[in-house]
Write a protein that binds this ligand. Structure first.
Ligand code: SAM
Length: 244
């Protein structure tokens, strides 16, 4: 249950500085009160990648060195799992103190089905990962799925035009569900192959992120061990959605 969860009233209300301390700078306060408590810290850059339902953080820790200049946030609802990831972030930062590695990765406990726009501003994110979401097989449980028309509108709001949503699952029914819900949403279009800037379009260099979410997520590893299928689908946030 998430009764004990608290949410920022707006993205500006989040204590981002404590999550990414090396990116924090003193922010001049607009108030006339110059007591120390009135000075707030802000980040020099905003989070751009969100791993929603990050679990034990396998993907988060694989992405961090691949995107060393990008702030990446894992979001996880389970308290003990979030604490595990936060502990691992602390340890990796200490181990990599010489290079500043993993300062760009962090994790918070949140129910991402609630108030996502309270965490991120409009058009803030360039990538959202939805990796092996809980399938909620039964019909009456489908409303608990993290992909729906309403939630896709929230993802569309926090993503910048051209940004990508990455999905992967081993459950074919859920794959079809996610595909169907993103394809019918006016803000998204399916992309068959995702290319990073500078990559050729000859089919080589299939997006590194797809490779990582297949191989580095805990669930992805489990599915590989069991020789199961992995269904991947990626969607681009349209620049100018045509509303029906
Ligand atoms: N993404 C990881 C992976 O691929 O290995 C974990 C997949 S696991 C099957 C699904 C995760 O989503 C669980 O850790 C679960 O606690 C988390 N989760 C489920 N609903 C959530 C929600 N509403 N908000 C945040 N996390 C959620």
């Amino acid at each position: 249950s998430d009764h004990s969860l608290t949410y920022p009233t707006s993205p500006a209300d989040m204590d981002w500085a404590s999550l990414y301390p090396t990116y924090a700078v003193e922010q001049p306060t607009t108030s006339h009160d110059d007591s120390p408590s009135a000075s707030a810290k802000a980040l020099t850059k905003n989070v751009e990648i969100a791993d929603i339902g990050c679990g034990f953080g396998g993907l988060l820790f694989a992405l961090a060195p691949k995107f060393p200049d990008t702030l990446i946030l894992g979001m996880e609802i389970r308290t003990s799992v979030t604490e595990y990831v936060q502990e691992k972030v602390r340890a990796l930062r200490v181990q990599n103190a010489a290079t500043g590695g993993f300062q760009n990765a962090s994790c918070i406990r949140a129910n991402t089905m609630k108030f996502l726009p309270n965490f991120f501003t409009r058009g803030q994110l360039s990538k959202i990962f939805l990796c092996f979401p809980d399938p909620h097989f039964k019909q009456r449980k489908h409303k608990a799925r993290i992909v729906s028309y309403t939630l896709n509108s929230e993802y569309a709001y926090v993503l910048k035009p051209g940004a990508i949503v990455y999905t992967i699952t081993d459950v074919q029914d859920l794959h079809e569900w996610m595909k169907g819900h993103f394809e019918k949403h006016p803000c998204f279009e399916r992309v068959e192959k995702v290319f990073e800037e500078g990559e050729g379009e000859d089919g080589e260099g299939m997006d590194e992120c797809v490779r990582l979410m297949r191989s580095e997520t805990e669930e992805g590893k489990k599915v590989t061990r069991n020789k199961g299928m992995k269904y991947v689908a990626c969607f681009r946030r349209r620049e100018d959605p045509e509303w029906p």
